[in-house]
Design a protein around this ligand. Structure first.
Ligand SMILES: Cc1cc2nc3c(=O)[nH]c(=O)nc-3n(C[C@H](O)[C@H](O)[C@H](O)COP(=O)(O)O)c2cc1C
Length: 327
């Protein structure tokens, strides 16, 4: 019998599969389904900063330049599907009825609002907090430093306020991710989630209208987070959770080999149902037995850049040699 347990942000998880923040985790019933399917933990659907704002002031008066247009529309047109109080109630109920760790999630675009609300999340009983920080840098006069500063200010302001493990879920668009990752660590994160997959936009060429792009990932999307987990593992002083493109047990195993402490799965569970978690876990177990690994720790990070004697392989960006015989 192999041991699938892992440590993530100081939490003991019975296995490394976490259900990502999404509508798969927006009610206690759905969270229970994830637990019954075998999930090691869940990240609740995010509460968007604009949802807090809309209860706090008139959105039209907003001066902050980074508001998400779609969240703005969502809050204004569809009303508050889940406000602050309901969110806190979801955390409380989940903690009463569910035994796996429950990670709350806030979608942040500014360092405001959090002092009060983050404390309430702690009181509601969340085991940890994931900050889904996503700014689209459309300003022609902004520098990457300006943008990174906002990310760090958000983490600092939350970590100053609460004594709870904090993860930052970020996108891949940083100029020098290793340096930025260290800054996140210094600002107080216990983990980085690499990477968020952003809402995609598309164009309807008949109606000449903007439309949403396909919202679920494919298994090909694993390569970007896989490279960065492998490069950062063991070097940033915080845990890493892999997110995006994990659609099977091979994806889970690859990310653990690269050095992830845990993996987050979303699209695959939308496509195939949450019971796939149990199947993936069985396959991970079978793979571990086949390779003689008795615990995740036995192979975690075995394929990270830090553990490799061919570090240059991780930095190969151009097709010089890789495709010989294919091109
Ligand atoms: C329908 C849907 C809703 C999502 N809602 C959130 C959210 O509220 N907060 C968040 O941090 N990520 C959200 N995500 C992103 C997922 O948590 C995940 O990071 C992303 O889908 C990439 O993982 P995957 O390849 O396993 O799908 C959502 C994704 C989908 C498909």
């Amino acid at each position: 019998m192999v041991d699938l347990s892992v440590s993530y942000m100081g939490l003991k998880l019975k296995n490394p599969i976490i259900v990502s923040s999404s509508s798969l985790t927006n009610s206690v019933d759905k969270i229970r389904r994830c637990e019954n399917a075998g999930a090691g933990a869940v990240v609740l659907k995010s509460l968007f900063e604009e949802q807090i704002e809309s209860e706090t002031q008139n959105l039209e008066d907003e001066a902050w330049p980074y508001t998400h247009p779609e969240a703005f529309d969502y809050v204004r047109q569809m009303g508050m599907r889940m406000g602050q109080d309901q969110y806190l109630e979801l955390i409380r109920q989940a903690k009463e009825e569910i035994s796996i760790p429950v990670i709350a999630s806030l979608n942040c675009i500014s360092p405001r609002w959090w002092n009060n609300y983050a404390k309430q999340i702690v009181r509601a009983g969340a085991d940890a907090l994931e900050l889904n920080i996503a700014l689209i840098p459309t300003g022609f006069k902004q520098t990457s430093r300006d943008i990174e500063k906002i990310y760090i200010e958000i983490v600092e302001s939350v970590s100053r306020t609460i004594d709870l493990p904090i993860a930052a879920k970020i996108g891949p668009y940083f100029t020098c991710l290793p340096e930025t990752a260290e800054e996140f660590k210094r600002a107080g994160v216990s983990a980085l989630v690499l990477f968020n997959r952003f809402y995609q936009m598309d164009i309807d060429i008949d109606k000449l209208e903007l439309i949403p792009g396909y919202h679920l990932s494919s298994s090909d999307e694993i390569y970007l987070p896989l490279r960065w987990i492998a490069i950062l593992a063991g070097r940033v002083g915080c845990d890493l959770a892999a997110s995006t493109g994990i659609h099977d047990s091979a994806g889970v195993i690859k990310q653990l080999l690269a050095g992830a402490n845990a993996v987050q799965v979303c699209s695959h569970l939308f496509l195939k149902g949450v019971d796939r978690i149990g199947v993936m876990l069985k396959e991970v177990e079978a793979w571990m037995e086949k390779h003689g690994f008795r615990s995740i720790e036995d192979f975690k990070g075995k394929m990270s850049q830090e553990s490799s004697d061919r570090q240059d392989y991780y930095e190969r960006l151009q097709y010089i040699k890789a495709l010989v015989g294919i091109e």
